[in-house]
Design a protein around this ligand. Structure first.
Ligand SMILES: [Fe+2]
Ligand SMILES: [Fe+2]
Length: 297
């Protein structure tokens, strides 16, 4: 990317006044996500959830959904918090905040599809991190959730070009970032990196945002970047993507993210990729059910 192009993107990112609330949402959540579950007070969560009508309604809907096999209807926020648990409430809080991030007319990709992919990638990244015994699985969750934020910039600030890129990706069956490069001269990784700096996101998350499609170039946090890069790919394969690139001729053994992970985390079975893939397919199915119950109810 040329310095002039970088400057143009930076200017447009700075003008993104329609998403001023994002740092206000993300920062306390960053802090909140790092608290051990046993230190979170249930009453505090009930208060937090009760503050927002749409979030309370969403928690009740999910708690009463078929996913939880309840025989009696859950009628209070307190009941919903007990049924769902801290982690699930946190996912609902996050997704509700994120869904309202951009004005409706700005979306080129359906916002539900976009956030289903993001939340799906967060869940798969955390699962994968736990399997590898990566020391900070919650970090993988957050990085997975935010990895494609550059697409928000592209949709909002380069709408027509981004629409053309999405069409190109569909018609040519190529990954979206490749199509973006052809149509715009940069990708959502480039714009994401600039947005991450603008929001002052932590360095490891920013590196994931900037390198999840070229994991070999991650110098500071290669394992976190590889975890999210691989999970992103698995989400696209298991119907948690944008319905754009299907990764038809992809092979796990050749994926650079897998190479990094099996080198640094031998707990993943380097000689048995099919066992890993089967397990991930099962989990991706669970994640799909969960994100749909959260976002589509
Ligand atoms: Fe991406
Ligand atoms: Fe993605």
């Amino acid at each position: 990317m040329t310095p002039t192009l970088r400057e143009l993107i930076r200017e447009r990112v700075e003008k993104l006044n329609s998403i001023p609330t994002v740092p206000a949402i993300i920062r306390p959540l960053l802090h909140y996500l790092e608290l051990p579950v046993d230190q979170v007070e249930v009453t505090r969560i009930v208060d937090l959830v009760s503050c927002d009508e749409s979030i309370s309604a969403q928690c009740l809907r999910v708690a009463n959904s078929a996913l939880y096999f309840r025989t009696r209807e859950v009628k209070s926020v307190h009941g919903a918090v007990l049924v769902l648990g801290v982690r699930q409430i946190r996912e609902i809080l996050l997704s509700c905040s994120l869904l309202n991030l951009l004005p409706k007319e700005s979306w080129v990709i359906d916002p539900l599809v976009f956030w289903e992919h993001s939340l799906g990638c967060a869940l798969v990244s955390r699962y994968c991190a736990r399997k590898a015994r990566f020391r900070e699985p919650e970090r993988a969750y957050l990085a997975g959730l935010l990895h494609d934020i550059g697409e928000l910039v592209n949709m909002l600030s380069f709408q027509e070009e981004f629409r053309a890129a999405a069409q190109l990706a569909r018609s040519e069956h190529i990954p979206l970032h490749q199509a973006e490069y052809s149509a715009l001269g940069f990708t959502h990784c480039d714009t994401g990196k600039i947005l991450a700096a603008h929001w002052r996101l932590p360095e490891d998350i920013a590196e994931v945002v900037g390198h999840h499609h070229n994991v070999q170039q991650a110098k500071l946090h290669p394992v976190l970047v590889a975890l999210v890069g691989l999970s992103d790919r698995l989400c696209h394969i298991h119907q948690l993507g944008y319905d754009i690139d299907a990764s038809l001729d992809w092979k796990l053994e050749d994926d650079p993210a897998w190479v990094i992970l099996t080198r640094d985390y031998p707990l993943l079975p380097p000689n048995d990729p099919s066992r890993f893939l089967l397990d991930m397919e099962g989990f991706a199915g669970e994640a799909r059910k969960l994100v749909r119950s959260i976002l589509r109810n």
